[in-house]
Design a protein around this ligand. Structure first.
Ligand code: ATP
Ligand code: MG
Length: 505
């Protein structure tokens, strides 16, 4: 009977999802029967999986729980790429996960996740979720004990043991047995809330079955599971076929899925550009129909998702896609208008040098700072705005005023953290100082500033993009930098506001 109930819920959920979606209409009846690819029929090998993730999977499996790798790591392994990180899903509740590992903390208020900590590596363990999630980025708040509904479920992670092996059985706390399954928060934790006006799902934290968990994900290639019990791949959504065809394919009705969570549109572009694959036709066309919804996305997530592009290694291609789909207009309205109508060839050439540099950093495994990436991306626009304000050659004042205007423009779509805004200000402001090396004290003070390294990288790139040869000057500053003590990473940028904008008459 329990199964029948589950089936009914899933069918109702799927019918809503699959409205008007040819490929999956057929699978409505068979959706509860996944395709299972046995170990001999796929290329995912345990030697490509992190030891920490394997430990987590084995431990959960030994305890009688389902333990799967899920999401981007399975996709990447199947495509023969090296995953960034490994995410685990299980039918153990977060509290039950915490009991299995000593060095484990629960995070997130909207939906709880467990982080199992192995030295520098963190394995995220999520309980299978039902319904579609608007926001897969957990709020990084740790849950304190008062937040945990099952108060008996407390383990002590603070004892004196080796933090690099949280699966050490000696680490377990001796708490009472887990509550019977029927007492778990299945489907009752907190209901999804949908914003009536925008259709955006605001929160959900409803535990579900593996199939529900697969269907709430964004794209078929992101919804595959690797089962540690028999090393098979489990596919509820047709992801294996799409991996083979190399397409990004929305799960369900793409219009609906984008309305629920508009960030999925930019995620589709990112997967296509980073994996070098196509976007399935309907999934793509729905972006063109739904793009304005991106204006309703959480500004903090926009900041993070855009950063992922900057770090993706394919930002130069992605920028073309942003322009072609019109998503650039929704994400950066003023900037997009300037690119289309007012930018010069030299401006766009500068921008391309910056975007290509971001891609080079990725291929050389260099991690640029967030502030440098945002500054590079916006610099030609900021400078053009400054020239407009100054009615000619931009002065330093005009540059900072332009930056402030643009930061205000961006704030309606993207939440750039204040410390990043200040650093962007620092990097741009520093540029005029590179030409002057007359006073040695000033030179030394400048080199010790925490933003100096980023400012110098910007300067080098600026000279390159403008075709100016300043090799000697750059070499001199680089020598000074090599001699300077490393900046204190704990020092935050000064909390000062950029100069107030003067009214133009
Ligand atoms: P990357 O390699 O860039 O990290 P990823 O697929 O792992 O790609 P994450 O943002 O880490 O992306 O998300 C992990 C998984 O969570 C995704 O593979 C997908 O299954 C699911 N997911 C993430 N964001 C969404 C979303 N907005 N809607 C539905 N599912 C999502
Ligand atoms: Mg990931």
């Amino acid at each position: 009977m329990a199964l029948a109930g589950r089936t009914r819920i899933s069918v109702a959920f799927l019918s809503k999802l699959y409205k008007g979606h040819e490929l999956h209409k057929k699978s409505r009846i068979t959706c509860m029967e996944p395709t299972i690819l046995q170990r001999n029929d796929h290329n995912v090998s345990r030697k490509d999986i992190s030891q920490a993730a394997l430990k987590v999977l084995y431990r959960l499996h030994e305890r009688g729980y389902k333990a799967y790798l899920a999401g981007g790591c399975v996709r990447d392994l199947l495509l023969g790429k090296h995953p960034k990180d490994f995410d685990v899903v299980t039918d153990a509740t977060p509290n039950e996960v915490r009991r299995c590992f000593s060095h484990c903390r629960l995070i997130g208020r909207r939906f709880r996740l467990a982080h199992v900590i192995f030295g520098d590596e963190v394995i995220e363990v999520a309980t299978f979720r039902a319904a579609s999630a608007a926001d897969d980025t957990p709020d990084e708040e740790e849950i304190d004990e008062s937040d945990v509904s099952d108060a008996s479920d407390v383990s002590d992670a603070s004892d004196q043991t080796d933090p690099s092996d949280p699966t050490d059985p000696s680490e377990e706390s001796d708490e009472s047995d887990p509550p019977p399954r029927s007492h778990r928060q299945r489907g009752s934790d907190r209901d999804s809330m949908v914003n009536e006006e925008t259709g955006v799902v605001l929160r959900d934290n409803v535990f579900g079955t593996p199939e529900e968990d697969a269907f709430r994900r964004d794209f078929t290639i992101n919804a595959l599971f690797y089962n540690i019990a028999d090393f098979s791949i489990i596919d509820y959504v047709g992801g294996l076929k799409d991996i083979e065809k190399k397409v990004v394919h929305a799960i369900g009705d793409p219009d609906l899925r984008y309305q629920e969570d508009p960030v999925r549109m930019i995620r589709a572009l990112r997967f296509a550009s980073t994996l070098g694959i196509e976007i399935e036709e309907n999934t793509y066309e729905a972006i063109l129909r739904q793009r304005d919804h991106l204006a309703h996305a959480s500004h903090a997530r926009m900041y993070e998702e855009i950063l992922k592009f900057f770090y993706s290694g394919s930002m130069n291609d992605a920028f073309d896609q942003w322009c072609e789909t019109g998503l650039l207009d929704v994400m950066f309205p003023g900037f997009a208008l300037w690119v289309r109508e007012d930018s010069t060839e030299a401006d766009i050439a500068w921008l391309r040098v910056a975007l290509q540099q971001m891609d080079k950093w990725k291929s050389h495994k260099v991690k640029a700072s967030q502030e440098l990436l945002y500054t590079l991306f916006l610099a030609p626009y900021i400078r053009a705005k400054a020239a407009e304000i100054a009615e000619g050659d931009p002065s330093q004042d005009a540059l900072l005023t332009a930056l402030q205007i643009i930061q205000e423009q961006l704030a309606v779509r993207i939440l750039i953290p204040r410390r990043i805004l200040f650093r962007m200000n620092d990097i741009l402001k520093a540029q005029e100082r590179f030409g002057d090396r007359r006073n040695d004290d000033r030179v030394q003070r400048f080199v010790r500033r925490p933003f100096f390294r980023d400012a110098l990288v910007f300067f080098k790139l600026d000279m390159l993009a403008k075709g100016e040869n300043q090799a000697d000057l750059i070499a001199a500053w680089s020598r000074d930098l090599a001699k300077a003590p490393p900046p204190d990473p704990r020092r935050r940028p000064q909390q000062r506001r950029p100069r107030r904008r003067r009214q133009r008459r």
